[in-house]
Design a protein around this ligand. Sequence first.
Ligand code: DGJ
Length: 386
Amino acid sequence: MNSKNIKQWVLLAGICLALLSSCNKQPEKALAPGEIWPDNNGMHINAHGGGILHHNNTFYWYGEHKIEGEIGNTAQVGVHVYSSKNLYDWVDEGIALKVDEDEKSDIARGCILERPKVIFNKKTGKFVMWFHLELKDMGYDAARSGVAVAEKPEGPFTFIRSMRPNAGHWPVNVQDYHLKPVHDSIKPTYCGGKGCLPAHPDTLNLLGRDYTNGQMARDMNLFVDDDGTAYHIYSSEDNSTLHISQLTDDYLSHSGKFARFFADRYMEAPAIFKTSGGTYYLIASDCTGWAPNAARSARAKSIWGPWEELGNPSIGPDADLTFHSQSTYVLPVPGEQDKFIYMGDRWKPENPIDGRYIWLPIQLKNGYFEIEWKDNWNVNSAWKNN
Ligand code: DGJ
């Protein structure tokens, strides 16, 4: 074979290889917010109001198991858990915490069990789940927190107890007027589509009212700081005010140290994340039931504040409705510096099982953060500074 023929063969082989490798190339995996997200069995993932634990190189996604029809807004099954190695392919690991068939249980089937979150306690080696609990047939009046524990991330979780946090404790930023008697004569002042909301919480002194029996706790999240200290963040004082409460070392109780922020701002769906520079960020929502609204955001140099409220971090079409979603968790991308994923729910209260998941990259920007809509996106290429 002469050198001209050799060159032709090499060229041909190169073209064949390029063609072959392009044919074999797997399409890049993608997250498609708002679409059906099938699990390993082809079923739409059923983990609403959820959060993620990253443990031993595996992601565990815990969320509310919903069923069809409006009854699905109550807990008929429990907390569902899925596992994944890559955030795209999810394996159904079953029900991590089951509702109780005993009518007398705090978590009796038919209660409302929302926004479950799980953290791992390095000292005890246990997995600890907290959730918002409303006792059966009491609507949203109970405003309690539930705690459960497991030996393995998949569960089974054992329910320990429910409570209203911080009974008999004042927040670190209590004001003099909280210590005075409750103003019983003051009635709710704002009555809209959702019923009557209380007057300004400081005028009503809901904090003082609940000092003895514990503070109301509805929408909630957990945050574990770099030093292992865990915090429970929840909408309190009839949703009007956020509380940030330090948990005990075993994560099973409130330590009694807590602070209140954003009084009268009616923030729900709180989620906290922290950058490598030490800034704490908060994303939350307004308080409009299942209907979407414009997200809220804030930042602080210490978890104990002061917290500075920023604006709605959503940008682009439907930003004023947070892309028809409400925050549920912020996931730091493991092994990456300052890459975070917004996790939100697109609720379907008329058929809750069909609720969709809106996950989007969070872009940090000069002391702020932004969330921009994407039809589909990949964790390896989504950040502007990849
Ligand atoms: C808004 C909350 O964010 C949800 O978790 C749920 O409690 C609904 N309200 C109920 O209306």
